[in-house]
Design a protein around this ligand. Structure first.
Ligand code: UDX
Length: 435
C-alpha cells in the first residue's frame, strides 16, 4: 500500500517505519523542516529501542521517505494517517488545533478518493468533525472516508508493540475504507476489530484510563499496606494471579506520568463532563496519582527531616525506563520538589539527561555521568524509575560512596532484604514489613 503519515513525532515516525518494514511504501510528512532534514540525513529525533535500525533499513530499501509537503503525501498515497499532537489545555480538554489544520490542508490538496485515518488520540466524535471539515473546505466534490484507528504503543517498546499488536481497532462504516485498512494491517497478523468511528475513539481513552485506574488502584493499596503492615508486592501477586485481573499494570510506584496517561485521563474527564455524564471515578484516579507523590516526599522528609542543603542522589529522570522522554515525568516532579525544599540534588539517567539539560527542566540539579557518580557523598539515594541498569550497579560501592545509606525505592525495584544485608536503610512503596 502507498501510505502517508502526517506528523512525524513519536507515533507517526514509529508507525511509518513499521509500516515500511512490512513492505508498504511510506511517506512521513512533518511541517518541522529541521526535523525532516535530520530524518533525511538519518538522524532520529528520539530514542526508542530498535527504531533507528528500522528507519535506516527502510530508507535504504526506498520504502520510507520524508517530506514537508502534505500535497506530496496525499497525492502519492491511498491512505493518509493523521498523527499530529493533541496537547492538553489548562482545563484538561484536548487542543485539536493541529488536527483541524491538517484536515484543512488535506482538503486543499485532495483530488481523488483517499482514506483519512485518525491515529492521534482524540476525544470521541473528532472523526465526525474531521470529515465535516474536509467536506467544507474541499475544492469541489471529492470522495473520501474518515476512519479512526487508535494506536496503543508504549514508549520504550513501541516498535515491538507496533509489530506485534494485541489487536487492531478500525472505526469505520465504509466497506471501501475497511478493505483498504485491512490490507494495511494484513502483514501484522493481529486480530482486527471493526467498530463504528465513535466507539473506536472511545476505546483508546477507555483503555488508557483503565490502565491508569489499575495503577491508582495498586497505589491506593500501597498506602493501605503501609498502614496495616502488609506488602503491596505480595498483594499484587495475589490478586494479579487471577486471570480476570492480571498482574500487569499493578506495579505500585510514584504514580503514572508520561505524555499519555495524565493527558488522556484528564481529557476523558473533560469529555464526559461535556457529554453530561461526569466520570467521577477518574477524578479519584487522578487524586490518588497526585497523592502517591505527596506521600513519597513525606516519607523522605519524615526520615531526613530538614531537606535544605541535604545531598540527595536521584536515579532516573525519564517518565519510565528505555526512553529519553521526560515529558510529564514524575521523576522530574520529584527532583523539582526536592530542589524547592533546598536539597542539593545530583541526578543520573541513562538516556534522559540531555533533554533535561536542553529544556532546563530542573534548574539547579547536577547531572551526573553515572549512577555511581550521582551517589558520591549522598545522604540519601532516591530511585525514581526502574532502568535495568540500576539493578546491576555494585551496591557495595554505592554503600561506600554514600555518606548515609538511606535508600528510597520509588519503584520497588530492589529486594528489601538484600538491601538491608548490604547495609542500607530501605524504604519502598507499600512495603511496611520490609523496614
Ligand atoms: C501508554 C499505554 O500503555 C499505551 O498503550 C498508549 O498507547 C500510550 O500510553 P506509555 O505512556 O508509553 O504508554 O507508557 P506505559 O508503559 O503505559 O506507562 C505509563 C506510566 O505508568 C509510566 O509513568 C509508568 O511508570 C507508569 N506505570 C506503569 C506504573 O506506575 N505502574 C505500572 O504498573 C505500569
Amino acid at each position: 500500500m502507498d501510505i502517508a503519515i502526517i506528523g512525524s513525532g513519536y507515533v507517526g515516525l514509529v508507525t511509518g517505519a513499521c509500516f515500511a518494514d512490512v513492505r508498504h511504501s511510506v511517506i512521513c510528512v512533518d511541517n518541522d523542516q529541521r526535523k525532516i532534514e535530520n530524518l533525511q540525513n538519518g538522524v532520529i529525533p528520539l530514542y526508542e529501542p530498535g527504531l533507528e535500525e528500522v528507519v535506516h533499513r527502510n530508507v535504504s530499501a526506498n520504502r520510507l521517505r520524508f517530506t514537508t509537503s502534505t500535497a506530496e503525501g496525499v497525492d502519492e498515497s491511498q491512505i493518509v494517517f493523521i498523527a499530529v499532537p493533541t496537547p492538553p489545555q489548562p482545563d484538561g480538554s484536548v487542543d485539536l488545533t493541529y488536527i483541524e489544520k491538517v484536515a484543512r490542508e488535506i482538503s486543499e490538496v485532495l483530488k481523488e478518493y483517499r482514506v483519512i485515518v485518525d491515529k492521534s488520540t482524540v476525544p470521541v466524535k473528532t472523526g465526525e468533525k474531521v470529515a465535516d471539515t474536509i467536506r467544507r473546505y474541499a475544492k469541489g466534490s471529492v470522495e473520501f472516508d474518515v476512519v479512526s484507528n487508535p494506536e496503543f504503543l508504549r514508549e520504550g517498546c513501541a516498535v515491538a508493540d507496533l509489530m506485534n499488536p494485541d489487536r487492531i481497532v478500525i472505526g469505520s462504516n465504509s466497506d471501501r475504507a475497511l478493505s483498504l485498512m485491512k490490507k494495511v494491517y494484513e502483514p501484522f497478523m493481529a486480530p482486527i476489530m471493526v467498530t463504528d468511528m465513535n466507539s473506536a475513539e472511545l476505546i483508546k481513552h477507555a483503555a488508557n484510563s483503565f490502565l491508569a485506574l489499575k495503577i491508582s488502584y495498586i497505589n491506593a493499596m500501597s498506602a493501605i499496606c503501609e498502614a496495616s503492615g502488609a506488602d503491596v508486592e505480595r498483594v499484587a501477586d495475589g490478586i494479579g494471579a487471577d486471570k480476570r485481573i492480571g498482574r500487569s499494570f499493578l506495579n505500585a510506584g510514584l504514580g503514572y506520568g508520561g505524555s499519555c496517561f495524565p493527558k488522556d485521563v484528564a481529557a476523558f474527564v473533560a469529555i464526559s463532563d461535556e457529554l453530561g455524564v461526569p466520570f467521577t471515578l477518574l477524578k479519584e484516579v487522578q487524586r490518588i496519582n497526585q497523592n502517591q507523590m505527596d506521600r513519597f516526599i513525606k516519607k523522605i522528609k519524615d526520615t531526613l527531616w530538614v531537606l535544605k542543603d541535604k545531598r540527595i542522589a536521584v536515579w532516573g529522570l525519564t517518565f519510565k525506563p528505555d526512553t529519553d522522554d521526560v515529558r510529564n515525568s514524575v521523576a522530574i516532579d520529584l527532583v523539582a520538589q526536592l530542589l524547592r525544599e533546598g536539597a542539593i540534588v545530583r541526578a543520573y539517567d541513562p538516556k534522559g539527561a540531555d533533554k533535561v539539560a536542553e529544556y532546563n527542566l530542573c534548574e539547579g540539579v547536577v547531572l551526573a555521568k553515572s549512577a555511581l557518580e550521582a551517589v558520591e557523598d549522598a545522604e540519601a539515594l532516591v530511585l525514581a524509575n526502574e532502568w535495568n541498569e540500576f539493578q546491576s550497579v555494585d551496591f557495595v560501592q554505592v554503600r561506600k560512596k554514600m555518606h548515609t545509606p538511606l535508600l528510597f525505592d520509588g519503584r520497588n525495584l530492589f529486594d528489601p532484604v538484600t538491601m538491608k544485608e548490604l547495609g542500607f536503610i530501605y524504604h519502598g512503596i507499600g512495603r511496611a514489613l520490609a523496614r
